[in-house]
Design a protein around this ligand. Sequence first.
Ligand SMILES: [Zn+2]
Length: 135
Amino acid sequence: MGQLIVTSEILDDLTSVARRFVSDIQVEAVPSIQDRCKAIGLPEDNPFLCGKTVQDLQSDRHLVLLAERITPEMQASVISAMESHAKMPRESIASLTDPHVFVKHLLLHEVAHAIGHDWSEEECDRWAFQQLHIA
Ligand SMILES: [Zn+2]
């Protein structure tokens, strides 16, 4: 652990992974998800958020917002939240300490929100882990 992930550098790759599941989905790397949400009138109280999926109500299209810079601290807080809440296999959670796996799982988690509108966070995590092994 301990590697900064700069999502803007791998945005094309992440977008093509996302489009395997949702053909017209967009992925954007933003300096602050909280600020971006505020700008489009969405309340968001977590300033350290790594990712969020929003839907344009006019076009119905989904947009995945990713933090442009995902720090080791942000990664660690996602992992420890998962350890304390989710009933996920330990080795799955442990695999997220690899930054490449972390960011792919994060993206897939957000894609899960776009696919299953009423899935819980845990269901999105579980689906993302399943796709990680296939993708
Ligand atoms: Zn989520």
